[in-house]
Design a binder for this molecule. Sequence first.
Ligand SMILES: NC(=O)c1ccc[n+]([C@@H]2O[C@H](COP(=O)([O-])OP(=O)(O)OC[C@H]3O[C@@H](n4cnc5c(N)ncnc54)[C@H](O)[C@@H]3O)[C@@H](O)[C@H]2O)c1
Length: 294
Amino acid sequence: MRLARMGNEGCAVAGKLAVIGAGLMGSGIAQVSAQAGWDVVLRDVTDAALTRGTDGIKASYDRFVAKGKMTAEDAEAALARITTTTDLDAVADVDIVVEAVFEKLEVKHEIFRTLDDLVREDAVLASNTSAIPITKIAAVTKRPERVVGAHFFSPVPMMQLCELVRGYKTSDETLATTRAFAESVGKTCIVVNRDVAGFVTTRLISALVVEAAKLYESGVASAEDIDIACKLGFGHAMGPLATADLTGVDILLHATSNIYTESQDEKFAPPELMRRMVDAGDIGRKSGQGFYKH
Ligand SMILES: NC(=O)c1ccc[n+]([C@@H]2O[C@H](COP(=O)([O-])OP(=O)(O)OC[C@H]3O[C@@H](n4cnc5c(N)ncnc54)[C@H](O)[C@@H]3O)[C@@H](O)[C@H]2O)c1
């Protein structure tokens, strides 16, 4: 990594980064990285996906410029630092790769196998997975010590957190390089020292949502009052049941079921109500009905 050419709210490091997947997360990671001075190669499987990704980045930069949070020159320079490609070979000479493709182990395995053969030996291979154990992803490479989780949150330009996850063999150096990268793009990192299902963030939100759903299911309090308790009692920006509706009851049911399967910890056992809501299609905002009517 070398010194950045332009300042950023984070650290003064930048280098060459590849982002695999130009969807919601990949394009957000490319956006904040280019803004911080990183040269970014953004890779997806189709030109249409790349165009969607870069159109989104441009629109977001335009909004920052309109709000006076970025100059038009900086936005133009940042855009110019992003190169797009459908060719995986183009990512060979980078310092860090962040993978942000579909949450499917087979897809991630195929990518990490190829990256391992292609990318410089000293480069870090990071995954933005929300839930797949990093150790499982690293196992298909010959450099598991250089594989790490870098879990950004959506929308990436707005959300400050990056959850760094150590796989079973992740080295201290890999963690430090990844932290320097994430901080250079303005994020605050937390470190997950053991590769547990759900890491820290998904475990916390799952435990809270499961308990909130159980309280609601057993008639202890209304959905509104449970959410008010968390907002006014604990200063949460949003209550757990409103969060479940926003994220998708189906997504949270899947997350907590996975954690429960792996940990066998009863507190993650999904309540019957969440399972029936998903069976009935009441999965939250995207269906118009969840714990609340939308
Ligand atoms: N959406 C969220 O809120 C969120 C938050 C944190 C982490 N994540 C994780 O980030 C990852 C990406 O999620 P997303 O929401 O951005 O998904 P998305 O569906 O918006 O984007 C995935 C992109 O990957 C591309 N892709 C698929 N196979 C590819 C390949 N072989 N090479 C290159 N690109 C390929 C797809 O064309 C698509 O553009 C997932 O692992 C997800 O769990 C998502």
